[in-house]
Write a protein that binds this ligand. Structure first.
Ligand SMILES: *Cc1c(COP(=O)(O)O)cnc(C)c1O
Length: 486
């Protein structure tokens, strides 16, 4: 029978694991980008029943290689261009290991003062690095908090907005009457999910029209929907404006939307999950236009493009009162003298779960390792590669490139000989599947005004110019083969 792993055994296996990760990162390019595994393959390689007797860690590592690795998609691969990036860097991975090693559960200040206070410092640092408003800082009316995801951040925003719209009574009495929320067709589904969880309901999530060219929310239509809902007796509660939509990185007009929210007293949440971190570069800081004047809450994910491994999303609020009023419940077993003194922050009141990981360690480690200049260099590299890719594809008459690509994402559409829109969409999907099946690169897709477009998201730390040029060659070559066949 195995007892607990001794510190000496841990030292030995820990070194093995660190070496394993270093070897993996060194040869990540040699794997097919998207796992070539078929449904059920991984499961079939694992025993159906748990072991009665403990086993060796060496055997476990061997199974990672043999059974799991074929079922892994390689997000750190230089040719991973799908979805958005999920950067995992050395300083982040190591600091996450420290967090695991400490095994801290930071639900309230007293359960580890360092867990709370480092988080306060790091979210204030990040607000400064991104040029976010002074009201978001902890020494002001608001503050920031690390969440597991932008989805959780959206739910906290919705609950805070409800609490404010309901005069501070909803947390206690529940929702009465009809509360409405406003998103666009391009808004992330996390907002509708939050509406469902909060009890607002999908039917009360109003979808504002977008400009068909820019895909940005139309403020006039937002105004019209709000007026209609108010006339029908509803309480407009939250508007979500997105800076960098998931589909195409479209940008809603935050100031114009914010003006409407201010007039009507509606909570404005900004979802900048992917693109928000780009504001670390002064030349991209225009993406914050309107945030200082109008945003009640703002979310961005260092775990996408800012070199910090999943999970690490940051939510800031301009006024923390409605949030704490919505979420704070104090059972006897959580009473501490420190909390009662009012001198400390209990981040449990800023999120859905009670328990919390020591996530600030990895963000702190990343910011210290890279410094502001290193963070900027990463964003700039990706933006420059995306620009170059867009230029290459844009000068090819067989492809149409979306003009808007201020970040790392370029959307492009192959033009097929067939004139039928359905056939064109099928052909684009077939092209993407062939490329992804090859394992050489990994792209994803979206639909814009009914047309399937390919998404080329450049953001891995390993991606160099040669990978982007090679990806373009492969896309074009595969297109030629396929278009010839049709
Ligand atoms: C990725 C993304 C989300 C969801 O992020 P999670 O952290 O996975 O919940 C939300 N909104 C936008 C705009 C995104 O790009």
């Amino acid at each position: 029978m195995n007892g607990h792993m001794t510190p000496d055994e841990f030292r030995q296996h820990g070194r093995q694991v660190v070496d394993w990760i270093a070897d993996y990162l060194e040869r990540v390019e040699s794997y097919p980008v998207r796992s070539q595994s078929a449904p059920g393959d991984v499961r079939a390689g694992l025993p159906a029943h748990p072991p009665e007797t403990g086993g060796s860690f060496d055997d476990l590592l061997a199974d990672v290689d043999r059974v799991l690795m074929p079922g892994v998609t390689h997000w750190q691969h230089p040719n991973f261009f799908a979805y958005f990036p999920a950067n995992a860097t050395g300083p982040a991975i190591l600091a996450d290991l420290l967090s695991s090693g400490l095994g801290v559960q930071g639900m309230v200040w007293a359960t580890s003062p360092a867990c709370t206070e480092l988080e306060t410092v790091v979210v204030d640092w990040l607000a400064e690095l991104l040029g976010l408003p002074a009201s978001f800082r902890t020494d002001s009316t608001g503050g920031g908090v690390i969440q597991d995801s932008a989805s959780s951040a959206a739910l906290v925003a919705v609950l805070s907005a409800l609490q404010r719209a309901g005069g501070g009574k909803i947390a206690d009495s529940g929702i009465t009457g009809r509360h409405t929320m406003y998103v666009s067709s391009q808004t992330h589904s996390a907002l509708e999910k939050a509406a469902r969880i909060a009890g607002i309901g999908s039917a009360n999530v109003r979808v504002v029209d977008v400009d068909p060219r820019t895909l940005a929310m139309r403020p006039e239509h937002l105004s019209a929907l709000i007026a209609e809902d108010v006339a029908a007796g509803a309480v407009p509660t939250l508007v979500c404006a997105t800076v960098g939509t998931t589909s195409t990185t479209a940008i809603d007009p935050v100031a114009a939307v914010g003006e409407i929210c201010r007039d009507r007293g509606i909570w404005l949440h900004i979802d900048a999950a992917y693109a928000g971190v780009a504001a670390v570069c002064p030349e991209l800081r225009w993406i914050n236009d309107g945030v200082a004047e109008y945003a009640d809450s703002y979310a961005t994910n260092p775990h996408k493009w800012l070199l910090t491994n999943f999970d690490c999303g940051v939510l800031w609020v301009a006024d923390r009162e409605p949030m704490i009023s919505a979420l704070s419940i104090l059972p006897e077993f959580l009473r501490t003298t420190a909390s009662a003194s009012g001198e400390v922050i209990d981040y449990r009141d800023w999120q859905i779960p009670l328990g919390r990981r020591f996530r600030s360690l990895k963000l702190w480690s990343v910011i210290r390792w890279y410094g502001a200049e290193g963070l900027r260099a990463h964003i700039r590299t990706c933006v420059a590669l995306a620009d170059e890719f867009a230029r290459l594809a844009g000068t090819d008459e067989d492809f149409e490139v979306r003009e808007h690509h201020p970040f790392g994402l370029v959307c492009l559409r192959p033009l097929w000989t067939s004139k039928s829109a359905d056939v064109a969409n099928e052909s684009t999907m077939a092209l993407m599947e062939r490329l992804n099946d090859s394992g050489a690169l990994y792209l994803s897709h979206t639909k814009v005004n009914g047309q399937v477009v390919l998404r080329m998201a450049i953001g891995a730390t390993t991606t160099e110019r040669r990978h982007v040029l090679d990806a373009w060659e492969r896309i074009r070559a595969e297109y030629r083969v396929l278009n010839g066949q049709r």
